[in-house]
Design a protein around this ligand. Structure first.
Ligand code: HEC
Ligand SMILES: [Cu+2]
Length: 436
């Protein structure tokens, strides 16, 4: 049995550790402060209470950590006690040899089994919750993974867009996850759990963002390695009020306004000569109004509300040169675009020539903040360079180099036939920038 003097020696040794107490306390306080500052300092932290989904998983995590910490402390104290108490000392006799101890063995099997069983209850409950079917009135958003960008469709609104997701707060959103090529995984850390996009299979993920998320800009990521630009396959999430969402959706749903022919006046029914002049005048008025009416631009997430972490910082490589200050002409650009390879890969609603589905839908490109998997800011400088040589901007990009004379890795040669001059690229960029 433990002799009392030995225990006192143990204690006196422990006392020499007292000097470290202030240090340990400081470390604890720093850790605590960091955890509190989490949301601002770590914009992509997952431990939030911003949706029902992450509330459930964060609670589960917190309670598991709580119980695990208690177990950890008990075990560590036990280990330290035994180390000090039973260590070999001068003249101590050989320890007693034992062969098994049924009571102990049952205890150290049963206790962990009970702990695991207890932990399993909230775990399984949370798993069932996150795997359940979404409520029927949820907002459906189809998420389609492409190497290396995201397609988002809102079937309820007839919208197809890319890399930037608008979500109304306080309505459940049900993501339907598919991929056109390899595996990807969809993750918006601030809103909760990630889920894989698997070939030939449909996965779902749903959550209800809280009101407090209104006007927050968040980051989204691909979290399943999917090839050379996996790290460049990001997206943005703009949390908005239901009214703002309705305004955004109404505008996104409408075709691009630039370059769309004014509505043709209906063939006039036979009219009496007296009425004719006014009718004609009215028709002319209508046609002019259509041609000149400023495009009603729907709600766009306000720039000043963008979190700093959602503004891309990547810059185009210096190898893609472009004459400074060269400006383009949107009308000319529309014509060039409409007879270039672009139309085979991109869709612009309102431009009947442009019906490709290989690349992102460009109908309202100018209402987006980012380009190419949210890797670049949507600026003129980046846009012209992207059109000129996308693969040099983003390794592996499935959009080919289009600038005349640029190296196109897809064909291991420089672009000749069909290549665009810098002026033509500036024109095309001006056209795309008119697609608000
Ligand atoms: C062979 C198909 C193909 C052709 C041709 C093509 N693109 Fe692309 N484009 C893509 C793909 C794929 C992407 C997505 C690349 C990525 O982000 O990895 C893309 C991305 C873009 C983007 C960024 C869109 C966004 O939302 O991030 C713009 C702008 C663009 N293309 C414009 C053009 C223009 C203008 C032309 C013609 C001069 C053109 N593209 C020709 C396939 C193509
Ligand atoms: Cu990926």
């Amino acid at each position: 049995m433990a002799s009392f003097p030995r225990f006192r020696r143990f204690l006196s040794r422990a006392r020499t550790l007292r000097g470290f107490a202030p240090l340990a306390l400081t470390a604890l306080m720093v850790a605590g402060a960091a955890a509190t500052a989490g949301a601002q300092q770590y914009p992509n932290t997952t431990f939030n209470f911003t949706t029902d989904l992450n509330e459930a998983t964060t609670h589960l995590w917190d309670s598991l950590i709580f119980w695990a910490t208690i177990v950890f402390v008990i075990v560590e104290v036990g280990i330290l006690y035994i180390i000090f108490k039973f260590k070999a000392r001068p003249n101590s006799p050989d320890p007693e040899h034992v062969h098994g101890n049924t009571t102990l063995e049952i205890a150290w099997t049963a206790i962990p089994a009970v702990i695991l069983a207890v932990i399993a209850v909230p775990t399984v409950r949370t798993i069932f919750m996150t795997q359940a079917k979404a409520p029927a009135n949820a907002l459906q958003v189809e998420v389609i993974g492409h190497q290396w960008w995201w397609e988002f469709r809102y079937p309820e609104y007839g919208i197809t867009t890319a890399n930037e997701l608008y979500l109304p707060v306080s309505r459940t959103v049900n993501f339907k996850l598919n991929t056109v090529d390899v595996l990807h995984a969809f993750w918006i850390p601030r809103l909760g759990g990630k889920r894989d996009l698997i070939s030939n299979r449909t996965n779902y993920l749903w959550m209800t963002p809280r009101d407090s998320m209104t006007l927050k800009a968040l980051n989204g990521f691909c979290t399943e390695y999917c090839g050379s630009s996996h790290g460049n396959m990001k997206f943005r999430v703009f949390m908005v009020s239901p009214e703002q969402f309705a305004s955004w959706a109404a505008h996104q749903k409408a075709p691009a306004v630039f370059g769309v022919a004014p509505a043709v006046a209906p063939v006039a029914a036979p009219v009496t000569p007296a009425a004719e002049s006014t009718t004609k005048a009215g028709q002319v008025g209508v046609a002019l109004a259509n041609a000149a009416a400023p495009a009603p631009v729907g709600f766009v997430f306000p720039r000043e509300k963008l979190d700093i972490s959602t503004i891309p910082t990547a810059t185009a490589p210096a190898s893609i040169t472009f004459p400074a200050g060269m400006t383009g002409d949107a009308t000319r650009g529309q014509a060039i675009y409409s007879r270039s390879s672009c139309i085979g890969c991109h869709k612009i609603d309102g431009n009947p020539m442009s019906a490709g589905i290989v690349g992102p839908n460009l109908t309202h490109l100018a209402s987006r903040y980012t380009l190419a998997g949210a890797v670049f800011e949507n600026t003129t400088d980046n846009l012209v360079r992207w059109i000129k040589n996308a693969p040099a901007m983003k390794p592996g990009s499935l959009m080919p180099a289009i600038g005349s004379g640029e190296y196109n890795p897809a064909i291991k040669a420089n672009v000749t036939i069909g290549g665009l001059s810098d002026q033509q690229i500036a024109d095309v960029a001006a056209y795309l920038q008119a697609l608000k």
